[in-house]
Structures are given as C-alpha cells and as structure tokens.
Design a protein around this ligand. Structure first.
Ligand code: FES
Length: 379
C-alpha cells in the first residue's frame, strides 16, 4: 500500500476515512491505527509527517532542510511559512520557519539559522539527520506576492529574514518575470550571508534583478556598509533603475521587509517619512515586545483546567504556562499562527505586538499576551 502520492491518498482516504470506518475504529479513529502501522500514513492534515530528505549547509550557522512530506501536503505560496513539530528529549517542540525555495520546487525546504538562545534551531543545525521524521503544518501566512505582480519590486532583508525573500525572488525570476526587482540584503560579512552564491547566480542570469549585499563588517569593501538608512534605500533604487534620487524617493515600489525588529522598525519609519507606508509589507521573525518593567509585574495566573497557578513576572503567558509545567500548543511564538489561542475567562492582558489592553472573557494568543494583574486561563 503506497500512501505517498496524491492520487493514491485521495483514493485510500475515500475508502478508509469515512464516518463508518472511523466509528468502527473508535475511540481513536482510523488515522491513529494507520500511524501505528506506518507514521508516514497519518491522515492528519495539520501535522503532516515529513522525512528529512536532504540537508545543506548554507553558512557556519545556517542549514537548509529539504522535506519529503506525505501526500497530505498540498503546496505553498512563496513567502509563506510552516510550523515544524520535532520531538526533542521526549518533548514535542514547535517552531515556524519560512519556506526557502521557489514555488516550482517539488519539495518544501526550510532554512534555519542557529540562534544563541534557540533550542530548536540549534538542534536542527547540529542533530537533525537525513531520514529523520518530523511533522509540518500546511503552509501559512500572508506575506506573499500579490496576484497582480507590480512593475517594480523591492525586497529588504537582514540575516535569516532572507528566507521568505529567496522563495519569492526565485519564483519570480524562474517564472520569467521581466520587471525590475531589487534586493537589499544585510549581513555581518560574506561568511554569514545566507544564499550568497544563489543570489549572485540569479543576478548574473537575470538583468532585471539588482542585488545589493550590505555588510556591517568594517573590513568590507562594499559600496554600502552599516545598517539600513535612507541613503541605502535611494541608492538601491536609483542605481540600477537609472532614476534620480528624488524620483526614487517619490516612486518607491511595493516593498517587502523581513528581519530583526530593528530593521523593520527603521524601514517602517523611513517609509512613513517618505509618505509611502502603504507600499510596505513586513514580516517579523521575532515578536516585538511591549516592554514592561518586570519589577512592576503583579498578580497571579490561574490555569483553571489543570488547577495550576503561577505568579506573573511580566513575561508572555505562553512562557509562564510552560514554566508552570503545562504544555500548551504553540507554533510561531510571535502572534502569527494562532496555535496558542486560549480562552481567558477573567483578567486583563496587554497585546505585546500592539500595546492594546483588553479585559474579561476572550480568546487570546498566549505568546503575545502579557498579564496585567490576576488572570485566569482555561488551560
Ligand atoms: S504560537 Fe503562533 S500565535 Fe502564538
């Protein structure tokens, strides 16, 4: 029995995943029995088993993981991300990573940079092997290309913020998009510049693609160095497109930005200054946090279902719940995927993305919610 192709899966699903068969297989349903025979046969559409089919080192601190999911995987739009579920030391961990290959690729690939405090990203970089089985969600997110591709596009990225960008760039350029596309990409130096070879090859092959690598290393000989500023923006747009800097400032193209908070905040402020906030789409790979003096945090967090409680120390409620020994579902940990959504039955919280304060019974995303005094959660 082969459940790995879309056709055979849909045929088998119509035969075995029916109310009658599931009733006979109660209480677990037929999917659980199939998983016991072969984990890759899972019928779960939200946690799709996937084998690691290739691992490529991109830099000393980043690897690309090619995945071979079972036939429940459909496809993705370039710029989207997936949740990755990995069991590490007996505990299921979940993180979100952008897909980093073009929409013309048969298998999804993610690229993961090991962060100093990144438990899962370090595991992926050092422990994950070809042949390992993990699970992934369907592709998620709205940081994607518009249905009508505009006549010019600008991408601004730093560090691993390049991952959704390369998926969009390769899809556009392999798809014979012929209008100007510019990438302004920030990294420390050549050794930390993810996809440098691929980007340079794209720039060689496609006249309409303008690649501007910016390194912060003082030894760099690049024309532009340091952090993003208006000079970088206008230089990027005016050089290849033969525009004056004044014209470039007036005619900013649709722009995508992804990377650390400081980059997104600076680019957002610059676009606002130039009167073009409406042309900017951003994706943060770390949740921005409304900071609160942790010494000011007060109140207790009650978890009513598990009958646990902890005191509020000002961190987000997902961290507090995990530290209290609970295992709430989570994914992106930055307010995008809604996996950590939970009913709050009483108390007030601050949305750490927007600063907005809300009260009383409501569903909240634990990862971006900070308690203001006593809070009770159905957890
Ligand atoms: S874990 Fe994704 S929104 Fe909270």
């Amino acid at each position: 029995m082969n459940l790995t192709t879309t056709t055979s899966r849909s045929t088998w699903r119509s035969i075995i995943d029916t109310p009658l068969v599931n009733a006979l297989a109660a209480p677990h349903g037929i999917g659980r029995y199939l998983e016991v025979i072969n984990p890759m046969w899972s019928l779960d559409k939200n946690r799709i088993p996937a084998r690691v089919s290739a691992i490529t080192s991109e830099t000393d601190e980043a690897v690309s993981i090619e995945l071979s999911p079972n036939g429940e995987w459909t496809h993705f739009q370039p710029g989207q991300f997936i949740q990755v579920f990995i069991e590490i030391d007996g505990r299921l961990q979940s993180r979100s990573y952008s897909i980093s290959n073009s929409a013309f690729s048969k298998k999804p690939r993610i690229t993961v940079k090991a962060h100093d405090d990144g438990f899962v990203s370090k595991y992926i970089n050092t422990q994950l092997k070809v042949g390992d089985r993990i699970s992934i969600s369907p592709a998620l997110g709205e940081f994607v290309l518009p249905a009508q591709i505009p006549s010019a596009l600008l991408f601004i990225a730093a560090g691993s913020g390049i991952t959704p960008m390369i998926a969009m760039l390769e899809t556009l350029l392999e798809g014979k998009h012929s209008h100007p596309v510019t990438l302004l990409y920030y990294s420390r130096d050549t050794s930390t510049c993810i996809f440098r070879r691929r980007l340079e090859d794209l720039a060689k092959k496609h006249d309409n693609f303008s690649l501007i690598l910016v390194f912060s290393s003082p030894s760099s000989t690049q024309e532009l160095t340091g952090r993003f500023n208006q000079h970088h923006l206008l230089t990027a747009l005016s050089s290849k497109n033969a525009l004056s800097r004044e014209t470039a400032a007036i005619t900013l193209p649709l722009t995508y930005v992804c990377g650390p908070e400081v980059l997104i905040d600076t680019v957002t402020a610059e676009f606002k200054l130039l009167g073009h906030s409406d042309k900017l789409l951003s994706e943060r790979f770390k949740a921005p946090s409304v900071t609160q003096n942790l010494g000011d945090a007060s109140g207790n967090i009650a978890f009513s279902t598990s009958k646990q409680a902890t005191s509020n120390d000002g961190r987000n409620l997902l961290d507090l719940a995990e530290d209290a020994g609970l295992n709430p579902q989570s994914g992106c940990r930055m307010g995008i995927c809604h996996t950590c959504s939970c009913l709050k039955t009483s108390g007030s919280v601050r949305n750490m993305n927007t600063g907005e304060i809300s009260h009383g019974e409501e569903h909240i995303r634990l990862c971006v919610s900070q308690a203001l005094g006593d809070v009770t959660l159905s957890l």
